[in-house]
Design a protein around this ligand. Structure first.
Ligand SMILES: [Zn+2]
Length: 543
């Protein structure tokens, strides 16, 4: 047990983010989602009508309402504009009654959200799938891409199928496996093995690959074979680069080989180096000292070609021409620029499992986290790092590049669901209009996944014929993204002069099935309470 635990910490340590700890546990998996129980949801319905909502379509169109939306079984059938704001609706103009009616007057309806970087928990975090799924669904996340699929290829494929059949309460799942996992031929150390693995994964049913920089897979001849084969078989690809591999293959080089998207940001500043080949590492730098590694990462963007320079423009243009996608996951590094904010986020009190909380804690011995010597200057460097990174991502979007939304929750004080919403806020901070944020979180994610599989888009936009993945929010998320948090947003009531909590998603609809988002959140709260009691009892029992 302790050996396994130490091994998992070591892996986190090696790959810059804890998100990769899952690799170490390829042989072990968390508890899968329990069967969906009656009372947890309603529908799908032969005819469901959502009445009087203001619609945000996901593609970037401005809000429009009131509209009535008709859903038949799991598909959107009709969207009808039925009047004008603050004017009574003429009943004669409305679609016929459904077997189920939702009164959404005064509320907002959006497409279900897509988390392009959603790990389904982990053994080290002690998170049963139900906990993770319900936090996502309670925050309107109806689709996730599981990068690395750390609970194992078979486990994740099984959960994908169960979710597709709605046997469990869970978002749609896209399985992006880590090359080499799941088969018995070991590490991929030749181009031939890379091709063979891709064919193996295709036959298994995987949707794509998450390739980790620093592995031998990242040597250019092996990586290009993998990507070439993946393209032939219409499988997706994304990458998390590491400082140990980025000198041989950076983002622009990987994109030229056919890499479809990138996670985080590593490899991007290196693509923009104009006056160096290797990052300006201090002379006593040791990659295995986490305060070195993360501290220096925060000083990396300023070593790249500056905004507006020739190199900056050339690389950006080429990435856009290659139809490359950036999935920045701003939120997962937030503790680097503001440790206390991430550590003390208010949702931890009620919604972070004790095992997950324990997993977040820094420990030099465990090599799991880099907070053991984090300084004011480190935070300042990271704030500046973010400014350049955000400038790149915002400009990339403005020039036509696709930016998606991913949270990478389950690491570094980032709890599922809540931190997906935080990612939306950070996209706005980067310069996105809130409608561009929603587009990134819905349409863009869906488009990326569809394109990488060579399939038409089935969700991510509110249109007749698309799957009925929708969320309904009582407040206007364009005016304040905070209303999407399960804990809501703070607002002073003008009548009572009392402070209130408003918002939180009210209903999450996936495949025409209606979930009460507040109830899902209450389930999670109960799970946390129960786990806390157990932990306390175990604690008082003595070790
Ligand atoms: Zn990750």
């Amino acid at each position: 047990m302790s050996r396994l635990l130490r091994h998992s910490w070591l892996v986190i340590f090696l790959f810059a983010l804890g998100c990769l700890a899952v690799y170490a546990q390829a042989q072990r998996s968390i508890q899968p989602g329990p069967d969906r129980k009656s009372g947890e949801s309603e529908g799908p319905f032969e005819r469901l009508v959502i009445r009087g909502a203001t619609m945000i379509d996901g593609a970037g169109a401005p809000p429009i309402g009131p509209v009535d939306i008709v859903v038949e079984n799991n598909r959107i059938k009709e969207i009808r504009s039925v009047g004008y704001p603050k004017v009574a609706i003429r009943e004669a103009n409305r679609p016929a009654k459904g077997v189920k009616e939702i009164d959404a007057s005064g509320m907002y309806v959006l497409p279900g959200l897509v988390d392009c970087h959603g790990h389904i928990g982990g053994v080290a975090q002690g998170t049963p799938a139900e906990y993770v799924y319900k936090l996502w669904m309670a925050h309107g996340v109806t689709t996730v891409r599981d990068p690395g699929s750390g609970n194992g290829v078979d486990w994740t494929l099984r959960e994908r199928e169960r979710s597709a059949k709605n046997e469990i309460v869970a978002p749609r799942i896209y399985v992006y496996v880590r090359p080499g996992m799941g088969w018995d031929k070991g590490q991929i150390i030749t181009p031939e093995l890379a091709r063979e693995y891709v064919r193996w994964a295709k036959q298994k049913g995987a949707d794509g690959f998450k390739v980790i920089g620093g592995d031998s897979i990242y040597d250019p001849e092996i990586l290009s074979a993998l990507l070439d084969e993946a393209k032939k078989l219409q499988m997706g690809s994304t990458t998390h680069m590491a400082q140990t591999g980025v000198v041989r293959t950076n983002v622009i080089q990987a994109a030229r080989m056919g890499m479809g998207s990138m996670e985080h940001w590593y490899g991007l500043p290196e693509s923009l180096f104009a006056d160096r080949v290797v990052q300006d590492f201090p002379l006593d730098y040791n990659y295995n000292d986490e305060s070195h590694r993360f501290g220096q990462a925060g000083r990396l963007w300023k070593q790249a070609a500056p905004p507006g320079s020739k190199k900056w423009n050339e690389i950006m243009d080429e990435l856009i021409k290659l139809n490359f996608t950036i999935d920045p996951t701003f939120t997962i590094y937030e503790a680097s620029r503001d440790l206390m904010r991430a550590m003390r986020a208010e949702w931890h009190d009620r919604y972070t499992l004790p095992s997950l909380w324990k997993f977040y804690q820094p420990s030099r011995q465990a090599h799991g986290s880099y907070w053991f010597n984090w300084t004011t200057q480190d935070e300042i460097e990271w704030k500046n790092n973010y400014r350049l990174w955000m400038a790149f991502v915002n400009e990339f979007k403005n020039r036509g590049g696709r930016v998606t939304t991913g949270s990478d929750s389950g690491f570094i004080y980032k709890t599922y669901g809540f931190e997906y919403i935080r990612e939306l806020e950070l996209l706005q901070e980067a310069g996105f209009h809130p409608l561009e944020v929603i587009r990134s979180a819905t349409f863009n994610g869906a488009e990326l996944l569809a394109q990488q599989q060579g399939r038409p888009m089935e969700f991510g936009v509110i249109r007749p014929g698309k799957l009925a993945d929708l969320i309904i929010v009582p407040e206007n998320p364009i005016a304040n993204l905070k209303v999407l948090y399960g804990t809501g947003a703070i607002r002073l009531n003008d009548q009572t002069n009392q402070v209130e909590r408003v918002g939180g998603v009210k209903w999450t609809i996936k495949d025409g099935i209606v979930y009460d988002a507040k109830k899902l959140l209450a389930d999670v709260e109960r799970m946390v309470e129960t786990a806390r009691k157990k932990t306390t009892e175990a604690g008082s029992g003595g070790h």
